[in-house]
Design a protein around this ligand. Sequence first.
Ligand code: SF4
Length: 296
Amino acid sequence: MSEMHVLLARENGFCFGVKKAVELTEAAAEGGSAVHNLGQVVHNPTISRRLADRGVTVIRDVGEAKDGIVVVRAHGVPPAVRREIEERGLQCVDATCSLVLRAQRFTTQLADEGYTVVILGTPDHPEVVGLRGFAGRDHVVVETEEQWNALPKMKKAGVVAQSTQPPWAFTALVAHVATIAQEMKVFNTVCPVTVKRQVAASDLAEQVRTIVVVGGRNSANTRELANLARMRGRNAHHIESADELHAEWFAGEDTVGLIGGTSTPMDTLLEVKRRIEALGAQPPLGGSTERAAATA
Ligand code: SF4
């Protein structure tokens, strides 16, 4: 293997929502108070370690914070959690992404106007858990075509989406709800940044056979990028860091595609790029496809 080129997708690096959440957490950590992230601020192991080094702890429940600052991450939280932070006398740094705040406002509006809110998303994803807190008692969450095909007929249906859902799924859900609801109101809350990232992944898939997708395993938008590449018949390898690369993935390739999720920092991506190039410069292992973990 030699002269292997790595083609970076034209959209990469943090989205503005994640960038703000990391910056607000770091700024809070400068102040000397105990800082607690309510859930990982980003699904990225490198950033998580960096924040831990600055003394930031990750809590799953507000009750775990005895004092100091609770940072609400970009995904947002239900109103009850915001209330609990205040009632416990903790300081709140709200890093909810402006696009998620917008989706929360629309969800509130739909519930107030008497619509049954239909949320496209993963029921236990933190952003969806947050949205549900604004959606009133009669809301429903659907993630698959099978699930929305099973929805009952409705008088008034209001549709919103988790920001990282693929646009085609939102369009398909809206088309279906139009056939079962007497009245429908739709707010397109799919995040344009993730849409751009998905388009960039599709474009990359046009140019290469093998794509490396970098981001946390539990990052919804990163998983979606790998899915997209696979749906286009490409070999997609989802990794969190350069240590997970394997030389055999690139056997016979002269160009490899590389893209990161919206919570993957550029320096992690560039490290992966360097390691793929180093693997490409290594002689083949005895001419075989023997597995070789990237240690370059
Ligand atoms: S992916 Fe979009 S909605 Fe989510 S934090 Fe980033 S900019 Fe905000």
